[in-house]
Design a protein around this ligand. Sequence first.
Ligand SMILES: O=C(O)CCC(=O)C(=O)O
Ligand SMILES: [Fe+2]
Length: 410
Amino acid sequence: MAKLTRNARRVGRLSGHTGDTPAASRQRVPWRREPLCAARPDKAAPPVSPVTASVSRRTHASKYSRPSSPPTKAKPTPRHARKPIGGGRRVPPGEQKARPAGRTRQRGTAMAAVEVPVIDLRLAGASQEESARLRAACERLGCVRVTGHGVPPELLAEMKAAVRALFDLPDDAKRRNADVIPGSGYVPPSAANPLYEAFGLLDAAAPADVDAFCARLDAPPHLRATVKSYAERMHDVIVDVAGKLASSLGLEEHSFKDWPCQFRINRYNYTEGTVGSPGVQTHTDSGFLTVLQEDECVGGLEVLDPATGEFVPVDPVAGSFLINIGDVGTAWSNGRLHNVRHRVQCVAPVPRISIAMFLLAPKDDRVSAPEAFVDEGHPRRYREFNYDDYRRLRLSTGERAGEALARLAA
Ligand SMILES: O=C(O)CCC(=O)C(=O)O
Ligand SMILES: [Fe+2]
């Protein structure tokens, strides 16, 4: 790959539009601590508790709701307000099943399922079996759900409320969330993605940058405090997940602490008229891995199952995080980790938010598989490259679903 300029890069940080983006705006809601699902007409989904129930093939009542398991005496609610795609249900023992996607699916049809394994991070460091499951999921599907991460449910709820408040800021304030590098700041709704808007923060691992992000938006003190503690805690989580994943691949004590992180806070401004339309196009994340706090009230995220080549919905599960492997993850692991293609579809006529933390690439920007992953049977698959260059390559070629990696073949 040609050497590209890196003049936008600041010392100690990398850039990055880490995936693709999508859709739109409005509705002022004052900042407040809110229960899960407060923006929905139904009651809050309970936070996730340790592994208990299992979900298997099932029959669906509608495109975006399904019966929770076990059945409860919940009051009848509007169809879209029922616990959506897994929201609030308990994490099954080991496997989460998700339905195949597609706007063609019919009510009442039995759906095949993709398995998104659920890993307890407290066990993943200690139990070989859990560690092997973590590795297997990231190698096969490129996607895994984690519990036992230690982030208090109150902080998750506070952050969600803070995110809503940020999106309700006036337009001129939002636009002060400027790019550090192209695509890393505020993304307004656009003709291409009218339902989507996003804030960006780079480097979320640097407290001074988190402060600067809040200061530019002139965020009130309680909101700053929430964003700051959330960024700190999520940085711990992402470093923990990456370390445990590296160790599951046989690379012990590899630290990801100084790898730059990007935050992206997404809002999808869905309405009745948008159900069935795309929220974010198919993409892979460009960095190493992503920790995603989904909207536990509104589903719509779909991942491509490499076994079938089909997109399948991933159920949000309150209190857990979804981990996605990105392009750097694939290159760094010499092709072992699978960069998962994913997209977001509008499945309910209510705004959806999600909060993504991207662990990007090594601090020196150079991505290359450690020697431990290279041997006679596993020759080096990718040339060493700079992450910043790679991100630009994705943008310039429009290859945002992992295809650009092929250009870096060794
Ligand atoms: O909103 C979501 O669930 C996914 C967002 C996403 O894929 C991204 O920000 O890269
Ligand atoms: Fe993504």
